[in-house]
Design a protein around this ligand. Structure first.
Ligand code: ATP
Ligand code: MG
Length: 416
């Protein structure tokens, strides 16, 4: 019986990796312009870290985490909590007042696998700690917009504010009243949520529930003055930076730690999986995890969804040559010579390969072609004797005779 990968776990094959690298290269470039530094975090953390930060009655913590129950450790479902843990553990607030950090890596959630929804998926995660300024919110969203624009994927930005511990309770009560009158028409999940986390009812994707909450009171109309001012600042910041957005009063996000600004970059190209990137402000989270009183905001981009979008828009990178030179050795002696030559070429910075078995010229040229080599160097007994051999351009078929020494071969390859 063949063993296959687990459902929702996917191999990223070499031809996929080219697209992934393109995403990562552009992301690194944009991130450097915004003065972000990379941090690499472990995949396993204490379960408590996620339960406390994301919230015990969220979908993620309630039913999606991969937890080793006996060891009380969990494979991270997202990066923010781990990053906060590291920030606190290494007192990163004392190193510099504002920390702009990013991390890339796999996340694990036990969800129903479908297009753009996996159980192991990858996120590019950006977090900025140390400023409560509304300008930061706008700046971070401009980073997302710039990243998607440079990748050539079309997304639109939706924003909302969830208020703060000052104003949210009153809104929550108002919403509860509204939901209470419509309870019988809601799905079972929402019936349950309305007790534990009524804001999440607004977020339900089921058409029946959507219809019920259409006229729900908007959180934006019930913000306290401080939150309203902050949200006004975010909007004018976005205007100032020329970042287009729309308001979405239904966007509440499925994690408990958000306050004030939340936002999503969405697409209509991936069916139900519309969010390509999402995040928000989480002032209070670091303190709640036992750290200093430092505000923060962040968001995460799903790399699989980005790659799907790149593919759909026909934007895959042209497959580059894999190697510079394939050395074909004909016969035992030439093959032996080729073995040292390839090593020498590699040592000199060229990307080179050969057939380690001694095969026919035809078979070796086929391999050179499959290897995506720019040139082939063909060596037989005669070439060994004369010390000169033909180097063939695999694209044009042109040939040139060269001396069989490393420097000459390298120059011949590099001059084209
Ligand atoms: P969704 O609404 O699609 O479930 P989410 O709100 O759970 O997304 P976040 O936890 O905010 O997503 O994660 C940020 C990003 O990570 C999402 O916008 C998405 O691109 C990606 N993402 C989240 N869950 C998955 C998954 N199971 N498979 C692939 N990508 C995912
Ligand atoms: Mg989700």
């Amino acid at each position: 019986m063949k063993i296959k990968a687990l459902n929702g776990f996917k191999d990223i094959l070499p031809e996929d990796v080219a697209v992934w690298r393109q995403v990562e290269t552009i992301a690194h470039d944009v991130l450097e312009r915004y003065h972000f530094a990379e941090i690499r975090l472990p995949i396993l953390e204490k379960t408590e870290l996620f339960a406390r930060s994301i919230g015990a009655d969220t979908d993620i913590v309630e039913k999606e985490m991969y937890t080793f129950v006996d060891k009380e450790i969990t494979m991270r479902p997202e990066a923010t909590a781990s990053l906060m843990r590291a920030y606190i553990q290494h007192s990163m607030n004392s190193a510099r007042p504002v920390q702009r950090l990013f991390t890339i890596g796999p996340m694990f959630r036990h969800e129903r696998p479908q297009k753009g929804r996996l159980r192991q998926f990858h996120q590019l995660d950006f977090e900025v700690l140390g400023s409560a300024s509304a300008r930061l919110d706008a700046e971070l969203m401009s980073l997302g917009a710039m990243l998607f624009a440079e990748l050539g994927v079309e997304t639109s930005l939706e924003i909302n504010s969830l208020g703060c511990p000052e104003c949210r309770p009153a809104y929550r009560r108002l919403l509860l009243e509204f939901i209470h009158d419509r309870m019988e028409h809601l799905c079972d999940d929402c019936k349950r949520r309305s007790v534990t986390n009524p804001l999440r009812v607004l977020d339900c994707k089921k058409p029946g529930c959507r219809q019920q909450v259409e006229d729900a009171p908007s959180v934006l109309e019930h913000l306290c003055t401080v939150c309203a001012d902050h949200f006004g600042g975010v909007r004018s910041g976005l205007d100032q930076l020329g970042v287009a957005y729309s308001l979405n009063k239904f966007m509440v996000r499925g994690l408990d730690y958000y306050v004030r600004t939340t936002f999503e970059f969405i697409t209509d190209r991936l069916g139900a999986q519309s969010a390509v990137g999402a995040g928000g402000r989480y002032d209070g989270l670091i303190e709640m995890l036992g750290g200093p009183k430092v505000p923060g905001i962040g968001f995460a981009v799903g790399i699989e969804r980005l790659v799907l979008l790149l593919r759909e828009s026909g934007q895959e990178p042209v497959r580059a040559d894999e190697i510079d030179l394939f050395v074909a050795g004909l016969g035992a002696n030439a093959s032996d010579f080729a073995f040292s030559l390839v090593h020498g070429l590699r040592n000199n910075g060229l990307r080179a390969d050969m057939d380690l078995e001694v095969k026919s010229l035809k078979s070796q040229m086929k391999q050179a072609d499959k290897a995506g080599s720019r040139f082939a160097l063909i060596i037989g007994d005669q070439e060994l004797e004369s010390g000169r051999a033909m180097i063939r351009d695999m694209g044009t078929g042109e040939q040139e005779e060269v001396d069989l020494d490393l420097e000459t071969i390298r120059r011949s390859v590099e001059k084209r």
